[in-house]
Design a protein around this ligand. Structure first.
Ligand code: FAD
Length: 338
């Protein structure tokens, strides 16, 4: 019997991953996902969607490793299932190149991706401005397919979906026993988190089916990621820039930088361009708190602030969010569970 009412706020890759986890693992909960915007209008829809990792300064490395591995294994399993085309997940081989060799030549994720190795001098020859490279196979996730796939999975597990802007968590306190906040950049205002800041990113979708390998120039914010329907090229990283329209200067700069790495892009047609605001934060916030709302303490679980790597870490951090909801269940008044 479903007796604990859970609200998940946010319909990006973090909200839907978390909602699926809770709805599938905790049959005692009735889960409602509420959000102002849904696919194709979220930041997640703009994500280039490569599964890669960065180091977050405030999270123990072991926890980050677990998050990344959890996500990698999840996407890997989908890529090798019959759901792969519908979910928009594929394997993707390529390289990350560096102008100077990084201090840490063997990052924590190197034994999670497949076949990680330093590039040979012969391979690096085509990138004369770069001295070091890492070759490996990872995954690529097209969120415009993955989000509808997650929504279908969520509804199948009994979840409900409601389009609605939430102006304050207080609004939800009468109708829900536990609130899960997955609002990304929205957390800046919804929970007053000053650490959250927009980081603008612009990408171009190219018709270049001959390109099969990804290239990421780590220092230059430049990348070429072949996907199922097109090749995504980028990018920009403009802190506190809220402009959501395409900037033609950025488009020219992206095309120029990417064509230097892959000259055949000069012959490719631009299919469309998009802009998204990454939910920047020093490290993601994945924790729970009790918030005083209208005379009672309501458990709130936060899962937001994934910056430029929300797709990669979505499945891993949503596992922790699920565990935090489980802990909340131990503490909410018994009558809610009966
Ligand atoms: P969002 O997708 O922004 O979703 C937030 C949700 O919360 C929305 O549904 C919104 O409507 C809702 N919401 C917010 N406030 C409220 C409110 N008050 N009331 C109701 N609803 C609310 N990541 C990778 O891992 N790999 C990549 O290659 C990659 N490339 C990227 C390229 C670009 C150009 C950009 C912009 C991002 C990229 N990212 C990548 C990062 C990734 O897109 C983000 O980290 C991720 O999308 C964040 O997901 P989210 O669910 O937290 O936020």
């Amino acid at each position: 019997m479903k007796t604990v009412r859970v609200a998940v706020v946010g319909a990006g890759v973090i909200g839907f991953s978390t909602a699926v986890r809770i709805a599938e693992a905790l049959p005692i909960c009735s889960v409602t996902l509420l959000a102002e915007k849904f696919s194709p209008d979220t930041t997640s829809d703009v994500a280039a969607g490569i599964v890669l990792a960065q180091e977050f300064p405030d999270i123990p490395l072991e926890r980050q490793r677990r998050w990344f591995k959890d996500g990698f294994d999840h996407f890997f399993a989908i890529a090798h299932s019959e759901d792969a085309p519908e979910a928009g997940i594929m394997m993707c081989s390529g390289c990350q190149i560096f102008r100077e060799a990084p201090a840490n030549m063997k990052p924590y994720w190197s034994d999670i991706v497949i076949g990680y190795r330093p590039m040979t001098d012969r391979e690096l020859k085509r990138f004369p401005n770069h001295k070091f490279g890492q070759a490996f196979t990872t995954l690529k996730c097209e969120c415009s397919s993955y989000l509808p796939w997650l929504e279908k999975r969520f509804r199948k597990a009994g979840g409900r979906v409601e389009q609605r802007r939430v102006n304050s968590l207080q609004e939800l306190s009468n109708d829900f026993d536990i609130i899960v906040n997955c609002t990304g950049l929205g957390s800046k205002t919804l929970v007053g988190d000053d650490q959250v800041q927009p980081i603008r990113g612009q990408v171009l979708k190219m018709d270049a089916p001959w390109l099969k390998h990804f290239i990421r120039d780590v220092d230059g914010m430049t990348y070429i990621y072949p996907g199922i329907h097109s090749v995504t090229i980028g990018g920009t990283r403009q802190v506190e820039d809220m402009r959501l329209h395409v900037d033609e200067g950025d488009s020219r700069s992206i095309l120029e930088r990417c064509s230097r790495l892959e000259p055949s892009l000069r012959k490719a047609k631009v299919l469309y361009q998009s802009v998204g605001l990454r939910p920047g934060r020093r490290s993601p916030r994945v924790e729970r708190e009790l918030v005083q709302m209208g005379g009672r303490q309501v458990p709130v679980v936060h899962n937001y602030g994934h910056g430029g790597w929300g797709v990669s870490f979505s499945w891993g951090t949503s596992m922790d969010a699920l565990e935090l909801v489980r802990q909340c269940l131990q503490e909410i008044p018994l009558q809610a569970k009966l």
